[in-house]
Design a protein around this ligand. Structure first.
Ligand SMILES: C[S@@+](CC[C@H](N)C(=O)[O-])C[C@H]1O[C@@H](n2cnc3c(N)ncnc32)[C@H](O)[C@@H]1O
Length: 195
């Protein structure tokens, strides 16, 4: 048998961030299966430029950082200073990460003309809106990753119909190859096709 939630070998710092996340009552935290996928994909992009939209308390960022090599860089953005403080406390000492307090939409606009090898779009802007602008930041061969595509307890009532629309929109993008995983919280991984 294959057991997909055991022996994930998480980053050492993860359990402390998880504890503080629970204490804060933050309900939108990434879970370890997603983290393990992010770390693995991150390790395929040496000297990569990484972007995360929606830092939360830094759970996914800590998996991504562990997958990245020392020459790679990660920019991550979040609009809630309370949760961001946990990420800052645990991750800011790592010189590869830049943690930004900002609205994601404004932040995406400020990145115009840059490209990234890996985008984990884990908030509304860059996923449910401002999607084209986020996809424009993806380098050829780069990964665009989203999760929470299966029903989640923390979803607001009006959220459910937005998910199939997002999936349909992504499926229509002719410059992406994508795979949907009915696994973990429901994940899609897309790559930008080279021209
Ligand atoms: C799904 S959670 C991120 C979880 C995080 N990646 C993790 O590993 O636990 C989404 C985050 O997006 C933040 N957020 C919501 N709207 C935002 C916006 N307009 N700009 C930036 N961040 C936003 C929320 O505060 C929340 O922390």
């Amino acid at each position: 048998m294959i057991y997909d939630t055991t022996n994930l070998n998480p980053p050492k710092i993860l359990s402390q961030i998880e504890k503080e996340t629970t204490t804060l009552g933050f309900k939108m935290a990434s879970e370890p299966q997603t983290g393990s996928l992010l770390r693995m994909l991150a390790s395929s992009k040496p000297t990569g430029k990484f972007l995360e939209l929606g830092t939360g308390t830094g759970l996914s960022a800590c998996w991504i950082l562990e997958g990245m090599d020392q020459e790679s860089t990660l920019v991550t953005v979040e609009n809630d200073e309370t949760v961001l403080a946990v990420a800052r406390h645990h991750l800011e000492a790592d010189k590869r990460i830049s943690i930004q307090l900002s609205d994601g939409e404004d932040f995406i606009d400020g990145l115009k003309d840059q490209t990234f090898d890996f985008i984990f779009a884990d908030t509304w802007p860059g996923k449910f809106y401002h999607l084209d602008e986020a996809l424009a930041l993806l380098a050829p061969g780069g990964f665009y990753i989203i999760d929470d595509l299966l029903p989640q307890p923390a979803w607001a009532r009006d959220h459910a119909p937005k998910v199939p629309k997002l999936i349909e929109t992504l499926e229509k993008q002719t410059d992406l190859f994508l795979t949907k995983f009915h696994w973990a919280t429901g994940i899609m991984v897309a790559t930008k096709r080279s021209k």
